[in-house]
Write a protein that binds this ligand. Sequence first.
Ligand code: ADE
Length: 262
Amino acid sequence: MEVKDSQAKLLRVLYYFWGLNPGEILTMKIGILAALPQEIDSIIGVLAKTHATEVGLRTYHFGSLHGVECVLVHSRIGKVAAASTATQLIDRFEVDRVLFTGVAGGVGHGVHRGDIVIGTELIQHDLDASPFFARHEVPLLGLKRFATDAKMNAGLLAAAREIAGGRGHSVHSGLIATGDQFFSSNESVSQLRSQIPDTLCVEMEGAAVAQICHEHAVPFSIIRTISDSADDGAVTDFSEFLHDVAGPYALGVVSGFLKSIR
Ligand code: ADE
């Protein structure tokens, strides 16, 4: 009786802070994806795994992490790969939250290598169906930008501050721009800055995941660690960062986030 009372109290506290009903907390299943093995293998390594399934050249790993049911998958690179993987997570494996983690090129003022960006909005910088639709507008959805989930972002922000702050880096929240292009020249990054001035960072998957989640009404978040500055030095910086830092960062942030919601 006493145990039941204290469990009920705890659920009420979670309900108060998260705005979720207790049943939702108990049944939450989060799909976590990343474009590269270096960005997700560290998390797969600590998953209390129940099983894994192969679908369409991807391995979906099932289990729990810090008491939260998760499906983890390496999505592969680019918008099509990410959209297809997000669709499988939602439609086939019935996740009710989606979290994308990975690295990105820093573009915004004051966004430096090692910083973390939490996307509040996602845009496809390479989408242009003009003159039929406005530049960057997703045809027939009438949207240029997709908003991420504020509650998930709050949990991520706390976790990111702990990881980045401990290493002398900053956490930023704002617009992430996605496209099928690796930025690696001063010229292309300055063009993007003039086209979409409030962009904090560039990557190749986030807005595709955002569109799929929007279409399925699934809350989602996108978190990125800055590996390079999308400029002439991007290729070297990206490769080094991926090798040395991406894994521990991803594991730290995702673990902190999951602990905050369990
Ligand atoms: N991901 C990490 N760095 C990137 C860059 N410079 N361009 C696109 N995606 C990236």
